[in-house]
Design a protein. Structure first.
Length: 445
């Protein structure tokens, strides 16, 4: 006959043993659930909205282990706790800006269903090492579709063979120290559509090292590329970013009628040597579309743009330059104030072009530093580190960083008129006899 104290002892042993047995079967402990809830980790269970939600107080360990999203972004982590390997059904893991290192993500190797992983903003490789840990991780993630490795501090030698991720559709490697592409085996990624390699140290990458047939967008901006050689077509590429590679030259083959046929958008510095055929094709493709920072300008396809904020229509080239091949060629003509006011033109089907007022001209000032504002019509200079000229170069290519006349007279002295500097963004009054550049406008007033 079981005595009462034996029954109490048996109950206590069960209370200890059952959670342990459950944990061995892959469940979570109450402490692990509470730790995640206290840290405000976001989750998504099957059927939940994809952005996730806080862990509810009523959730059980058995329910939580079925999560398809875990969002640890911004939490202090140097390594993932081993018990995270129990989340074998996970499809989306966000570890952005946590502080985790590549040696501390081993539990991810037990998550074969992962489709989206964000490791951006972490010092993955600040302790050196080779690609051993990276290669082991990529090999364990056969279903990965979206991988963000931006600003993780690695070189080509750290990231290893990314070609193992055969299902990858999107890859962000921006803001790192990558100097070459060959050892990354990107050409093996036959499903890769979006590739970002901005802000690295690439020098003249070979297009054959890219997945040429599948790529739809490619960002090579802010590298050290001086020449992009033609090594075969990129037939499905729609957008190409090349700005920040000073003096870049593209091989003439990129201007061929049957090369880059899907391309509808590209950006590059004003001093880049772009084949005329490519420039003209881009101009046709972007006619009617919004261009420039935040899409402020509508490309009219005739050498003019319309400011969607002010409604003013501007010539994309300064007087003296010619709109040809999708850009402004030649040098801006300098003239005194009276000659500027007499400037008239028949252009883009209109004959009512005129010199802009001081206020109208200031609306073109663009401070790339965001100081004091991205578009700065205050008349004050841009602050911090900013692009010169202080104008949106996508809308106004090859614009000179110099003074431009306005039609506004100076109220205190009739021998002076207002002008705007596109070297620093401020306005001032200049003597009417001085030589400044001119850009015409229509509409308004």
């Amino acid at each position: 006959m079981i005595r009462l104290h034996h029954l109490i002892l048996l109950t206590a042993l069960c209370a200890i043993a059952l959670p342990t047995l459950a944990q061995e079967r892959g469940s979570l402990s109450v402490v692990e659930v509470q730790t995640m809830r206290n840290a405000q980790i976001r989750i998504a269970l099957p059927g939940d909205p994809p952005q996730g939600r806080p862990i509810p107080a009523t959730i059980t360990p058995a329910q939580l282990i079925r999560a398809e999203l875990l969002d640890f972004s911004g939490q202090p982590l140097t390594a993932l706790p081993p018990w995270l390997s129990k989340f074998t059904q996970l499809r989306h893991l966000n570890l952005a800006n946590t502080g985790v290192r590549i040696g501390g993500v081993e539990p991810m190797r037990s998550m074969p269903h992962l489709e989206i992983v964000n490791l951006s903003g972490n010092p993955l490789f600040d302790r050196g090492g080779d690609a051993t840990a990276s290669n082991a991780l990529w090999a364990a993630l056969p279903n990965l579709r979206d991988l963000n490795l931006a600003n993780t501090g690695g070189t080509t030698a750290h990231y290893g063979n990314l070609g193992q991720l055969r299902n990858l559709h999107r890859l962000d490697l921006s803001g790192n120290r990558i100097e070459s592409l060959g050892d990354l085996k990107l050409a093996s990624l036959s499903r890769l559509q979006h590739l970002t390699l901005a802000h690295n140290a690439l020098r003249n990458p070979d297009p054959k090292e890219l997945p040429q047939a599948s790529l739809q967008s490619l960002d090579l901006s802010r590298n050290r590329i001086s020449q992009l050689r033609y090594q075969g077509d990129l037939p499905n590429l729609r957008t190409l970013h090349l700005s920040g590679n000073s003096g870049l030259k593209l091989d003439e083959e990129y201007g061929d009628l049957f090369v880059l046929q899907a391309l509808v958008g590209a950006d590059f510095d004003s001093n880049a040597e772009i084949p005329r055929g490519l420039r003209e094709r881009l101009e046709r493709a972007t006619t009617g579309q919004k261009i420039g920072f935040q899409g402020r300008y509508r490309n009219n396809g005739d050498g003019s743009v319309t400011d969607t904020v002010t409604g003013l229509q501007w010539m994309r080239c300064a007087i003296g330059q010619q709109w040809q091949g999708g850009t402004c060629n030649g040098e801006a003509k300098e003239m005194n104030s009276e000659a500027a006011k007499r400037e008239r033109a028949t252009f883009a089907g209109h004959r009512d072009w005129r010199l802009p007022t001081r206020e109208e001209l200031r609306t073109l000032v663009y401070c790339s530093s965001g100081q004091p504002a991205h578009f700065n019509d205050s008349g004050n200079s841009c602050q911090g580190e900013y692009q010169r000229p202080t104008i949106d170069l996508e809308a106004f290519p090859s614009a000179p960083a110099t003074w431009f006349w306005s039609s506004s007279a100076h109220s205190g002295d009739s021998s002076y008129a207002w002008n705007v500097s596109f070297s620093n963004g401020n306005d001032s009054h200049g003597h009417r006899g001085s030589g400044n550049a001119v850009r015409l406008v229509r509409g308004g007033q």
